[in-house]
Design a binder for this molecule. Structure first.
Ligand SMILES: Nc1ncnc2c1ncn2[C@@H]1O[C@H](COP(=O)(O)OP(=O)(O)OP(=O)(O)O)[C@@H](O)[C@H]1O
Ligand SMILES: [Mg+2]
Length: 226
């Protein structure tokens, strides 16, 4: 517990990257983490086969539409955090994973096209809520943001989304070389060397802020549920 799923019908918005960054950080802090690779392309499993995966981070692969709910439930009993990476389509596997999630995170990049895709992800969450008869907490977050984006611009966008009933994480995940490097060298950002990627301090700070924003959203939804 809890189960956090990364969802967007749009390919390439950063589901796998942010899932591995979050899982890696939580594992580096000592928590037992289960990462469920429910994408048939198996990107998390490929990362896990490289050197440097924390010992307390398990990856469960070959997860299908038929097994995803059972796998999530079993891993939720076993680990402190369960993180589910899903394929970039709106499939039954995605809906089933959403139905077993405590938080659905929807990455988007700052374009209108991406916002439309994020809206599709929210619709998928809403239709799953109807099917299972309980709310499924979710939040959007901006990924691949330039490190120099104006906080005022972000606050404006965030306020607009919130007015429309779409919660946005209070952190921008930045575009960072280190976030690509872990998929080449393996392991977590905490284990990278300065020869492998630049600006590691800033990259680590940004992931720590991201994880804090995710935990704050989880706490908020737990309070709302009581
Ligand atoms: N914050 C980031 N900084 C740098 N590169 C990033 C960041 N987020 C994503 N990328 C890059 O963007 C590309 C797509 O990211 P990723 O594979 O995580 O997206 P995805 O949503 O999981 O895609 P798919 O739908 O195909 O599974 C990758 O090359 C990844 O390295
Ligand atoms: Mg992916």
């Amino acid at each position: 517990m809890p189960v956090i799923s990364f969802v967007s019908p749009k390919g390439g918005v950063g589901k796998t990257t942010s899932a591995v960054l979050l899982g890696g950080l939580l594992a580096d802090k000592g928590a037992p983490v289960s990462m469920i690779d429910a994408d048939p392309n198996q990107p998390v499993s490929s990362w896990a086969q490289l050197p440097g995966r924390p010992e307390n981070l398990r990856v469960i692969r070959d997860v299908t539409q038929d097994t995803v709910m059972d796998v999530i439930e079993e891993e939720a009993r076993r680990s402190t955090f369960v993180i589910c990476d899903l394929e970039g389509t709106a499939s039954l596997t995605v809906s089933y994973a959403v139905s077993r999630s405590d938080l659905v995170l929807i990455p988007l990049q700052g374009s209108h096209l991406d916002a439309a895709q994020a809206a599709r992800a929210v619709k998928l969450v809403k239709s799953t809520e109807k099917a299972i008869g309980r709310p499924v907490p979710f939040a959007l977050f901006f990924n691949r943001v330039s490190a120099v984006i104006q906080p005022r611009t972000f606050r404006h966008i965030r306020a607009e989304f919130e007015t429309a009933g779409l919660p946005v994480l209070n952190c921008l995940l930045q575009e960072r070389e280190a976030y690509r490097a872990i998929f080449s060298f393996g392991g977590t950002v905490g284990g990278l060397t300065t020869a492998q990627a630049s600006n590691l301090g800033a990259a680590k700070d940004n992931i720590a802020d991201f994880a804090k924003a995710v935990m704050a959203r989880l706490r908020q939804t737990a309070v709302a549920a009581q």
